[in-house]
Design a protein around this ligand. Structure first.
Ligand code: ADP
Length: 292
């Protein structure tokens, strides 16, 4: 089916009564085909995939709703999730986001993320399964953060790594040691279940009208806010102003520096499993630091 063909269906199925005027593909995504779609009513953003079923996109929409309703941060308006008649393509139709950064942008971003983290839950985890990249993540509720981080985050990535051939025995043994000893570095009783975006790198924050940060592509979880902070520091892109504004609203514990790499490890394992052994060296360096 031509792209115009399935897009017409996407609009119909999400209740948008408008004609398509122009379509341009958008780069920057890691998984989906992404498009700017000019219509006779308003501009849209459509992302779609020919191998993912609608569950994948429903999970994203659910995450965006949680961020907006519980975390009080800006997310794109979602018109709906669709699947074409022939079930060959599914995706999501959203508001097109476009704005200019103001001088206060980084500060606003820091405040927004801090505010997000102040939304809490009684337990750790999430009510629905989520995705990190294309990797499916099981979720449920846990009373102890370390149990959640070990069983629902680190262990599934180790098991996936084994299936994919990225978990040689030495790496696996070190991972097992580290998972047994989490309590040495993470005082689980002091950790609060904060609402996290879950995949917060620079590419997942857009600038909306008025210069406000607008969050996309989440992998939400209620967990240690340091997990999110650690990921923002893994690949950079967040300025000093961001961290200052964040810490003003949401204080960062002095012990964070000792845990940072332990939290980055989860994202490094995800990158190892998605992009391959190119991330293996970094994983091993972190393991060496904690378990020798
Ligand atoms: P993927 O799920 O494949 O990683 P993204 O959701 O990250 O795709 O979207 C791909 C790119 O499209 C992003 O890097 C961003 O630049 C752009 N984008 C995402 N959502 C919107 C939106 N609502 N409006 C405008 N551009 C968007």
């Amino acid at each position: 089916m031509s792209s115009q063909g399935w897009m017409k269906q996407a609009l119909e199925k999400t209740g948008i009564q408008a004609e398509i005027v122009q379509v341009k593909s958008v780069s920057g995504g890691e998984i989906n085909q992404a498009y700017y779609v000019e219509t006779t009513k308003y501009p849209l953003f459509i992302k779609a995939h020919d191998k993912m079923d609608p569950t994948f996109f429903n999970s994203e929409v659910d995450g965006l709703t949680e961020l907006k309703e519980k975390g009080n941060v800006l997310t794109p308006r979602v018109y709906g999730v669709f699947q074409t008649e022939d079930e060959q393509m599914s995706g999501c139709v959203m508001e097109w986001i476009q704005g200019e950064k103001t001088n206060h942008y980084s500060q606003q971003l820091g405040e927004a993320v801090a505010k997000l983290h102040q939304a809490t839950s009684r337990k750790f985890g999430y009510r629905n399964d989520t995705y990190i990249g294309e990797i499916h993540q099981k979720n449920n509720w846990w009373t102890n953060w370390n149990d959640y981080y070990r069983s629902n985050r680190l262990l599934p990535q180790v098991q996936l790594g084994e299936r994919l051939g990225y978990m040689p025995s030495k790496r696996k043994q070190r991972m097992e040691k580290l998972m047994d000893r989490l309590q040495e570095w993470i005082p689980a009783n002091d950790v609060k279940p904060s609402l996290l975006h879950g995949d917060l790198w620079g590419g997942n924050v857009m600038v909306a009208k008025g210069g406000k940060p607008c969050f996309i592509d989440p992998s939400v979880v209620y967990g240690d806010h340091e997990l999110e902070l650690a990921f923002t520091e893994l690949f950079g892109g967040f300025s000093e102003d961001f961290y200052e504004a964040y810490a003003y609203t949401q204080p960062v514990d002095r012990g964070y520096d000792d845990r940072k790499e332990l939290y980055q490890l989860f994202y490094l394992l995800v990158h190892l499993n998605i992009f391959g052994e190119i991330y293996g060296g970094h994983v091993d360096t972190v393991l060496k630091r904690y378990v020798g």
